[in-house]
Write a protein that binds this ligand. Structure first.
Ligand code: SAM
Ligand code: SF4
Length: 333
């Protein structure tokens, strides 16, 4: 048993840190197109405060970090934060999840600061569809970001692709081809009902079993693959004869909560034991007092639920507790 063991025996060594809720895109599954109320900059944890929270976590067994948001690269000075986090001796791995728009100019500095690797969100390979899904930005810049990450050695590169029924479902074959031809790991992700006032979630939710159907239709032979560095809940597959691989993250159709090893720190300073539920713990009262911060992590373990209930939500079943009203961009997906 380590200090970060919850009531269900799950050991936590992974902290996802959101550094901002702001973003330069407005992906339709994540944020409304207009009128997003962002947190006031004064409510965000400073880099000093984030480092303090991580140092306490590292004392308790946190060894792996992911920097996310919102779009983490819109927060100035991110390499400085990465450098400070990588100097914490217990921290073995620091990854970044980004939409890639600002990655090309920063890739080398991030690598030099100690970033290990990146996940780049890419839901379409079509420039005009990119504008439909992300509503802003440009596919070309994301692809330049992928190239720059590879050149900087931020590997293995994972591409996160949220599958949306009726929107990008017809690109599964193209993404599989990409994974066959390029040394990339394409991760297909199920659309999750996080903090949505239910928007169009059910309309666009697509179970990932569809990926295997398309792979078979396209004539690919697939076989279970090994875990890719920092793999988390992804179920990995190799395309026989190809250079890359693909993964399936299916929290709705086949939940993996029994394997959960993660905590989240929101940009405005709350530890969230679970992405799905409302519960969160304010770190601010514990800042400057290591014993209180360690105690806060222990309370997060007590609060950690056994599982989310996205599948029940899909079936219009009752929920046993209150889901969060925060959006993914506010939690740090
Ligand atoms: N802005 C960065 C990006 O897009 O990669 C980091 C933050 S974003 C919230 C993190 C990941 O969450 C992205 O891969 C995004 O596609 C995913 N995401 C956001 N909303 C989601 C939802 N409702 N269901 C599934 N994945 C979602
Ligand atoms: Fe921004 Fe990432 Fe949300 Fe898209 S998924 S709106 S890029 S935070």
């Amino acid at each position: 048993m380590t200090a970060l063991t919850d009531r269900f025996g799950r050991v936590h060594n992974y902290l996802r840190i959101s550094v901002t809720d702001r973003c330069n895109l407005r992906c339709l599954y994540c944020m409304p197109e207009e009128g997003v109320a962002f947190a006031d900059a004064s409510t965000l944890l400073s880099y000093d405060q984030i480092v303090e929270v991580v140092e306490a976590g590292a004392e308790l067994g946190i060894t792996r970090l992911r920097i996310t948001g919102g779009e983490p690269l819109v927060r100035p000075g991110l390499p400085e934060l990465i450098g400070r986090l990588s100097a914490i001796s217990a921290i073995e791995d620091i990854a970044l999840t980004t939409n890639g728009m600002l990655l090309a100019p920063h890739a080398e500095a991030l690598k030099a600061a100690g970033l290990t690797r990146v996940n780049i969100s890419l839901d379409t390979l079509d420039a005009s569809r990119f504008r439909l899904i992300a509503r802003r930005g440009e596919l070309k810049r994301v692809l330049e970001g992928v190239e720059a990450a590879a050149a900087a050695g931020l590997t293995p590169i994972k591409l996160n692709c949220v599958l949306l029924k009726g929107i990008n479902e017809d690109e599964i074959a193209a993404f599989l081809r990409l994974a066959y031809e390029q040394p990339l790991h394409v991760r297909f992700i199920e659309y999750m009902p996080i903090g949505h006032a239910d928007d169009n979630w059910k309309k666009h939710y697509l179970p990932l079993a569809r990926v295997h159907e398309i792979a078979a239709e396209q004539g690919y032979k697939t076989e279970p693959g090994e875990a890719i560095s920092g793999n988390g809940p992804s179920e990995n597959w190799r395309l026989v004869g190809g250079v890359g691989s693909f993964g399936l993250i299916h929290p709705v159709s086949d939940q993996f909560c029994s394997q959960c090893n993660r905590l989240r720190l929101t940009a405005d300073g709350y530890i969230k034991p679970c992405l799905y539920w409302v519960d969160e713990l304010d770190v601010r009262p514990a800042l400057g007092d290591r014993a209180s911060m360690l105690e806060l992590y222990s309370r997060a373990m007590d609060l950690k639920p056994e599982s989310h209930e996205m599948a029940a939500k899909l079936a219009d079943g009752a929920q046993s507790h209150i889901p969060t009203s925060r959006r993914m961009s506010q939690i740090g997906g």
